[in-house]
Design a binder for this molecule. Structure first.
Ligand SMILES: [Fe+2]
Ligand SMILES: [Fe+2]
Length: 309
């Protein structure tokens, strides 16, 4: 990327970054939910409502803990890693200084998001007295990104990493947006999500710009290779294996009879979204592939055919 082609957002970051502008969020002791039921459908399943509706608050707090744990992994192990290597000019694709500076603001934002999330988790444990059950060590991206990179030839590994992180930074943004609109949920949780979202708007366009710049200068054969890797990345990214394992662990920690436990596991089995055009995140992903101009390429269009509306 040419230095003249990159416009820094450093001024906007100084004025608007949440680390510069937002007060600490304190969890309030009111009757509202810690987590939206729309994001933990197990608690509104027929079996749950019939057998253990009094455990809903417990299950939602644990689901908040998992969400926070996922955020911390995503921020510190996925986005931080790639943004930091761009900032320090250790990435295989070279970027001008202004771009590396912006990448460093992403590092700062993401580590701050992880800190805020950990703070909120500690406050929630103190308020509710509910300790987290064992939480996953990985998120879907911890598996899908290395898998995609392993499929790429040496000279395209960095590009695959860049595109995967860009996809993730463009899909989670919309995911958090949905969260912040739910009125049954505590104001502080929504505030936390809204703060996070304020930074992610800047990030998603940052990553999309880098992806677009790389893609538009890439030769057709390289684009074809990347296109062939994307479906593998997306299948693993959208898999619900980790969520399902967590739900099973959660069920194991509910004080219910073995028969109810078995029925709840059945409910979880039936909750998975098949990975098709109707999957809730696929729309966001397709939008990113269009915005970055990747989908203008016939090889990308063919590779994603099954997921296009
Ligand atoms: Fe973030
Ligand atoms: Fe981000």
């Amino acid at each position: 990327m040419n230095a003249l082609d990159y416009q820094s957002f450093a001024d906007v970051w100084e004025k608007r970054a949440t680390i510069r502008t937002r007060p600490r969020r304190a969890v309030e002791d009111d009757g509202k939910l810690m987590y939206p039921v729309s994001r933990q459908p197990l608690v509104v399943s027929a079996t749950f409502l019939r057998e253990c509706p009094h455990l809903q608050a417990f299950a939602l707090v644990q689901s908040l803990y998992k969400f926070i744990n996922d955020v911390v992994i995503f921020e510190t192990e996925i986005v931080d890693r790639t943004a930091r290597s761009i900032a320090k000019d250790r990435f295989d694709i070279r970027f001008p200084f202004a771009c590396r500076y912006d990448a460093m603001t992403v590092v700062v934002d993401e580590d701050y998001h992880a800190l805020v999330a950990m703070d909120y988790m500690q406050q929630t444990i103190a308020l509710t007295g509910i300790e987290p059950i064992p939480l996953p060590q990985e998120i879907e991206l911890s598996r899908s990104i290395p898998k995609a990179i392993a499929l790429a030839p040496e000279h395209l590994k960095a590009a695959v990493e860049l595109i995967c992180v860009s996809v993730a930074e463009n899909t989670l943004t919309n995911d958090v947006a949905a969260f912040s609109k739910d009125d049954s949920v505590k104001q502080s949780v929504k505030g936390l999500m809204a703060d996070h979202l304020a930074d992610e708007g800047r990030h998603s366009s940052f990553w999309a710009r880098l992806t677009k710049a790389w893609w538009q200068s890439a030769p057709a054969p390289d684009r074809q290779v990347i296109a062939s890797i994307m479906p593998v990345f997306l299948s693993e990214y959208l898999s619900n294996d980790i969520q399902k394992q967590f739900d099973f662990t959660l069920i194991d920690h509910l004080d219910v009879s073995p028969a109810v436990r078995a029925a709840l596991r059945e409910e979880v089995e039936s909750l998975a979204f098949p990975i098709t055009a109707q999957h809730p995140l696929v729309g966001n992903i397709v939008r990113f592939f269009r915005a970055s101009t990747m989908l203008d390429d016939p090889s990308m269009e063919a590779a994603l055919a099954a997921w296009l509306p």
